[in-house]
Design a protein around this ligand. Structure first.
Ligand SMILES: N[C@@H](CCC(=O)N[C@@H](CS)C(=O)NCC(=O)O)C(=O)O
Length: 233
């Protein structure tokens, strides 16, 4: 059994997709980051970095419980555990890992920072940061589209954890100012993945999860955004 700690963000959506794709039984355990649940000592024992997602595999290596944090590491762990969605051939496997790393180090941070400066940062006064992350995000959309014009999937011929990691970040393409009809590779891939039963299951489960994002206290918002009394600079 997998205990799966998360809420609704794209990094959590990836793990829902993988668990559903693999048909692995799991217990979802909500951690409301807008209510600072991720700072509870019991959660910090699971992830000292205080972020979701986290999984605890009660039947991990050697039959012992094993905890994994960082969504990219969780996807790789589940792929290795099940032998699914990561090619065995070394070159093909590293094609997948490279695109997984593009998501983890590029798409996630750039899209996340764009959203922060678009929706949450004070305006005016943050135009430089907004432009920097919007430019990087749009550059990455072009990169994904180019890759998907010449390959069916990000890792190459087959659907893999690289696609599962990236798809949730592209769901808000319209809000990101991207006209997906003008990006044929991205559109074909996005439409195909949207139709997968595991992706539909993830979206249905997301819609049922309650978070306090809209009603979070000013203190919890300040802690989440590293500002106010939590700012270090
Ligand atoms: N690189 C991490 C990022 C995880 C992450 O940023 N999680 C957010 C989800 S909203 C979180 O837990 N934020 C709470 C906080 O930083 O206090 C991963 O991919 O798992």
């Amino acid at each position: 059994m997998i205990d799966f700690y998360g809420l609704t963000s794209p990094n959590v959506q990836k793990i829902f997709i993988m668990l559903e794709e693999c048909g692995l039984p799991y217990n979802f355990k909500p951690v409301d980051v807008w209510a600072a649940d991720n700072h509870n000592p019991d959660f910090v024992k699971l992830n000292p970095n205080k972020k979701i997602p986290v999984i605890v595999d009660t039947e991990g290596p050697g039959g012992k419980p094993y905890t994994v944090f960082e969504s990219g590491a969780i996807l790789m762990y589940l792929a290795e555990k099940t032998g699914k969605f990561m090619p065995a051939d070394m070159a093909k496997k590293y094609d997948v890992i490279q695109w997984l790393m593009v998501q983890m180090s590029g798409v996630g941070p750039a899209f996340g920072n764009f959203t922060h400066f678009n929706l949450f940062a004070p305006k005016p006064g943050n135009e430089y940061s907004f432009s920097r992350y919007k430019t990087e995000m749009l550059r990455l959309y072009d990169l994904l589209n180019d890759r998907l014009q010449s390959n069916n999937y990000l890792g190459g011929d087959t659907y893999s954890i690289a696609d599962m990691a990236t798809f949730p970040w592209t769901r808000q393409h319209a809000a990101h100012g991207v006209k997906i009809d003008e990006k044929p590779g991205l559109k074909r891939w996005f439409d195909e993945l949207s139709a997968r039963p595991a992706v539909k299951a993830m979206i249905a489960k997301q819609n049922d999860i309650k978070s306090t994002r809209e009603s979070a206290s000013d203190d919890n918002k300040d802690r989440f955004f590293n500002r106010g009394k939590y700012a270090r600079a």
